[in-house]
Ligand binder design. Sequence first.
Ligand SMILES: [Zn+2]
Length: 268
Amino acid sequence: MNNLQNNLVPLVPLVPGTNSTNSTNRYRYILASNKVPKLDCPYCGAKKHWQRYIDIETGEALPEHWGRCDNADKCAQWNDPYKDGYAKMIWEQEQGNRSELPNNRKPQRKKVTPQPQPDPVFFDFEAFKQTLNPEYYEENTFVQNLLNNITNPFKIDEVTKVIELYRLGTVTNGYRAGSITFPFIDINQNIRTIQVKQFDKQNHTTGTDFLHSIIEKQHTRNNQSLPVWLKLYLKQERKVTCLFGEHLLSKYPNSPIALVEAPKTAIY
Ligand SMILES: [Zn+2]
């Protein structure tokens, strides 16, 4: 069993620096290039002579213990992860086994435990569709700014195209009348949330809201009970659960992706 296991240990059997007939073997742990800052040698004390080891699978440096002093004539201390069992230990841990080493020799790898997310409640599609009436864009300050008021206005067919792509809409009544709606639609075309943004003529933001809050306030003000979907929707802790523009990923799988600060920037 032991022999078999030893044979399976990848990248271990060769000792760096020795000539080997098996030159196709690739090391996972290699001495870092000069781009990685050297430390003071813990053995001879020479400043900036301790060359670190790098794990090429994670891109991270191994703990400081492993390295080589390049003060070759005077010191040349070499703590080789393949010679003292470190490489094998990591390999065994990754196979689900455990072997004990002192704490300072333990690999410093972060474990990511995914948190289960509850299923999202989507924004009501009918309520979303009401924002899209084409006659409303005349009243939409942001859209009118793109066409008329910004320094280099866009052409109407460019603006129309971006409105259709991102499914931009308008709030037509209440205290946010004239605001634009930025729907956050996920890759499966579900509406996750609808951000409402009010702009001035210089196209600076003057107010931010969410359509679910506006609808909720309208109902409360008129003493109406909330629609069932909205009650469920409001119970969710998080409302913004996808990126703006995510729905386009499935439509344009080969396009480059840029992450920007806000929907306004994405539209520009
Ligand atoms: Zn040294």
